[in-house]
Design a protein around this ligand. Structure first.
Ligand code: GDP
Length: 484
């Protein structure tokens, strides 16, 4: 996701870090680089200018304080992170449910933006959350849109209201209106109405969407927009905002080579929050939008929070509970837990996507590594971890050269692969510890360009971190002490 912008941020931080002592000139050159990087990522000019100006003024204003810091570049980094979160909307907004009767959600957007797919994803998502959604096939224009929604509804066992076959025939306003009556009768608490789009904005499309809106009075109109459209997405959203109006945005196709332009500009340009994101064709490739997680990914820090959530979802109830207790009580996440999660990951599908959420995943080196991964990688990784002794899984620090060579031999993999797995695991373990201590970014964690975050930034709260018992620095001695 947003690889190109992310790698530019990495370069920028690398340069800044090498400076050591930050001067006003360094702030200016950073701002200029940021300006270019954002425009190249297709971020709207007004948003870019506003963003860069905030970084400039806040950095200059805080410069005397920044100069006192032992790691000055990280203070600038922290400002950039906070401002990124702000332009992404600050806090994620969730669906506003109706106080009584069904919550009516209308989907609007251009044809091909992913509305119908999204209707299925949203229904599944809300059903898992304990709701009783009803899908409504009111896109009677696009060939096969009704059938597509019927197939989706069946696959997720969600009822559908589809009295018309569509393909250009039928009255979508009538369908939508009848659907609400039906939903009340059958006591559905959420109604998701799929509507027609066109390949481009036209008055007929706007009129039809407005008529459906007036007929059903939705609690939420979600504007579905293809993130790959870049700046064009903004033009379309403004036209919809004026012609139909909407309450929130759903960004789709974030898995493609989407530039960051739409995501970084849409909240500022439309004044509407992003509620959900879609990042693939599968029904599970969908989640709430979390501004801080997206900022983290853009900055190359990955998205450990989502990764952990997805893994938890794929684990069975008992394992998930046990891992959660471990996490909350401050115990280390071990390779034994990882092994259990690998089994769960197999259920979750694409390994590439999961690893793409790790810190540094957008760096050229790691990206190359991730891109080269195939599904068998999961099996190989499992083999490596399975070749470790329980003691090694609990404490990978004891993995010296000969142990690593034994594991490599046992799993039929190379020592380099064993090393890489252990390194990646350590990074994830560190991130989990930091999340536990305050939900923020990992303190002291390697950033693009070799930076590390200061422990005193607002993004981390080391004070609340559970205290670690001091242990022997000698792995062999420690292993002996612990009876391994
Ligand atoms: P609609 O015309 O707005 O209803 O669009 P569809 O739901 O039919 O989606 C158009 C195409 O985009 C379909 O091939 C979908 O499978 C695909 N699609 C939808 N969402 C995503 C997404 O998040 N990522 C990717 N890669 N494809 C998507």
């Amino acid at each position: 996701m947003f690889d190109s912008l992310s790698s530019k941020f990495s370069d920028l931080f690398g340069t800044l870090r090498r400076k050591g002592r930050i001067t006003p000139e360094d702030i200016e050159s950073t701002c200029q680089e940021l300006h270019i990087a954002l425009l190249e990522a297709d971020v709207a000019l007004s948003v870019t200018e506003g963003f860069v100006e905030k970084i400039r003024s806040r950095s200059l204003e805080r410069l005397p304080e920044i100069r006192q810091s032992t790691n000055q570049s990280e203070e600038i980094y922290s400002i950039i992170n906070q401002e990124l979160i702000a332009i992404l909307g600050g806090q994620g907004r969730r669906i506003r449910y109706a106080k009584s009767g069904p919550t009516i959600i209308m989907l609007a957007g251009l044809q091909g933006s992913g509305k119908t797919t999204l209707a299925g994803k949203l229904a599944r998502f809300l059903k898992e959350d304990g709701n009783t959604p009803l899908l409504v096939a009111a896109d009677l224009q696009r060939p096969n849109a009704v059938t597509q929604l019927q197939v989706l509804a069946e696959s997720i066992s969600v009822p559908i209201f589809a009295p018309e076959a569509g393909n250009g025939i039928g009255d979508p306003v009538k369908v939508a209106k009848s659907a609400i009556i039906y939903a009340r009768e059958k006591v559905h608490n959420v109604v998701i109405v799929d509507t027609a789009g066109r390949l481009g904005i036209d008055s007929e499309l706007m009129q039809q969407a407005s008529s459906i809106r007036d007929a059903i009075n939705p609690h939420e109109i979600l504007f579905v927009v293809d993130a790959m459209m870049g700046q064009d997405a903004l033009t379309t959203s403004l036209a919809f905002l004026e012609g139909v109006g909407f309450d929130g945005v759903v960004l789709t196709k974030l898995d493609g080579d989407a530039k960051a332009g739409a995501a970084l500009s849409i909240v500022e340009v439309t004044g509407k929050p992003i509620l959900f994101t879609s990042s693939g064709e599968k029904l599970t490739d969908f989640d709430y939008f979390y501004p801080e997680r997206m900022a983290s990914r853009i900055l190359g820090l990955g998205d450990i929070a989502t990764l952990a959530e997805q893994a938890k979802r794929a684990l069975d109830g008992d394992s998930a509970k046990r891992l959660e207790e471990k996490f909350v009580s401050g115990q280390d996440f071990t390779l034994e837990d990882f092994l259990e999660q690998l089994g769960a990951m197999k259920k979750m599908g694409s390994m590439t996507k999961l690893l793409g959420m790790l810190p540094g995943a957008n760096s050229a080196a790691m990206k190359k590594q991730i891109d080269s991964i195939d599904d068998n990688e999961l099996v190989r990784t499992q083999a490596i971890v399975q070749s470790m002794t329980p003691g090694e899984r609990r404490d990978p620090k004891i993995l010296n050269g000969s142990r690593r060579a034994r594991i490599a031999l046992g799993s039929g993999r190379s020592v380099t692969e064993v090393n890489s797995l252990v390194d990646r695991f350590s990074a994830a373990q560190k991130a989990m510890k930091q999340m536990r201590s305050g939900g923020g970014l990992p303190a002291g964690m390697a950033l693009p360009g070799g930076m590390s975050l200061p422990t005193a930034t607002p993004m981390s709260s080391p004070k609340s971190a559970p205290k670690k018992k001091s242990r022997s620095g000698n792995p062999a001695k420690r292993a002996a002490q612990e009876g391994r």
